[in-house]
Structure formats: C-alpha cells, structure tokens
Design a protein around this ligand. Structure first.
Ligand SMILES: Nc1nc2c(c(=O)[nH]1)N[C@H]1C(S)=C(S)[C@@H](COP(=O)(O)O)O[C@H]1N2
Ligand SMILES: [Mo]
Length: 197
C-alpha cells in the first residue's frame, strides 16, 4: 500500500481544501530581509490605543507559551504540527489600553510589510509573538527575532519581523490585501483572493 511510504499520513480532515502537506519549510518574503538585533526589537503601539513600546526585555519577562499547530500558506502548502514559543497575543494585550471604537489592527513589520486583522482574529489564545521554532531561535528568514503567528488564517497574516500594532476603528488592507489577497484569509473557506478578478 502507498500509505507505508509516508512517515506521517496527514489526517485529511485537518488539511484545508486546495492545500498540500509539505515537510519542508519554504521561505516566502516579499523584498529584502530586515536584520534586527534582539535587543533592538520593539513593538510600538499607536492609533486607537494608548501609545506604548514593548522592548525585547519586556517581552521576555512576560509569561511564555508553547503551541503546536498547523500552518497554511495561500500558495497551497500546509505544514502540520509546527511548534512555536513566544508571548501569546492576549498576554501582550493585557498590557495595551485600547481606546473606545478600536475594532481592527494593522500589523507593521521592520521593512515595511503590513497586514490587517479584526481584533477577534488577533486576540486569540493560540496567536503568538514567537521567537522560537521547534525549540530553536527563530531563523531570520522565517521572521526572527520575532514574528506573529496566527494559525487559523493563511500564513501571510503571520507577519515576520513584527514592529508595531496600529489600532483602527475600521478595516484597512495591508500589503498583500491591497494586492488582491482576501481581507480575512480563512483557509477552511478558501478565502484566498478578493475582488472580481
Ligand atoms: N514582514 C513580512 N512578513 C511576512 C511576509 C513578508 O513578505 N514580510 N510574507 C508572508 C507570507 S506571504 C507568508 S506565506 C509567510 C511565510 O513565512 P515563512 O517564510 O516563515 O514560511 O510570512 C508572511 N509574513
Ligand atoms: Mo504567502
């Protein structure tokens, strides 16, 4: 039987439609890779929240969480059972004072990448500001020292080299969303692209 050639047969109910499971970890970066030292990493908060800055040290002092889950790229690969460690978004958000009316967040990255999320997609226990992948420092190509991981949406929402959170009272497209990707990006509904094209 073919099955015995696969180390770890994928449970098809876990794999969203149109996705193929890979054991590799492709790098998908638009433009140059920014290099930021750990002790230079800061998360700036502005918009509909009291302005704040969280340094690398601040983040390391927060409780750290490890999760294992699947990631799904809009270019049709999925990787199962990836293990990430970092600060959970709700843990960070306990230290952020939102202003009335905030409904969305624009995630900003070193290098200028942006991506938008509704607060209910952002503030979830499984979402991490991750610095560790499979027990090792996150490689710079994969977003090290610090990236967002939002496993329930396509992986372009998981901004690498995260640098800022801009809270908004409306939804706005980020980099890929302005270039035709879906505003939300739920892989189980195949929310890959938006618009009539
Ligand atoms: N800052 C930044 N974050 C980014 C990207 C990027 O180009 N720049 N690419 C996104 C896309 S399209 C994907 S699929 C994932 C890829 O992450 P990986 O390179 O670790 O596989 O990162 C996302 N986060
Ligand atoms: Mo992607």
């Amino acid at each position: 039987m073919l099955g015995r050639f696969f180390k770890k047969p994928a449970d098809p109910s876990k794999v969203p439609p149109g996705q193929t499971v890979t054991d590799r970890f492709p790098v998908l970066t638009y433009g140059p890779t920014p290099r930021v030292e750990k002790n230079a990493v800061e998360i700036r908060v502005w918009g509909l929240a009291e302005e704040a800055r969280f340094t690398w040290e601040d983040l390391m002092r927060m409780p750290q969480t490890t999760h294992t889950y699947d990631i799904h790229c809009v270019t049709h690969w999925s990787k199962l059972d990836t293990t990430w460690t970092g600060v959970s978004v709700p843990e960070l958000m306990r230290r952020v004072r939102l202003k009335p009316g905030a409904t969305h967040v624009m995630i900003h990255s070193y290098g200028g990448y942006t991506t938008n999320l509704a607060l209910e997609d952002f503030v979830r226990d499984l979402n991490l500001l991750a610095h560790t992948f499979e027990g090792q420092d996150l490689e710079v190509d994969h977003g090290g020292p610090l990236r967002l991981v939002v496993p329930h949406l396509y992986f372009w929402k998981s901004a690498k080299w995260i640098s800022g959170l801009e809270f908004l009272d409306h939804d706005e497209p980020g980099f890929w969303e302005r270039n035709g990707y879906h505003m939300r990006g739920d892989p189980h509904n195949e929310e890959r692209y938006s618009g009539p094209w």
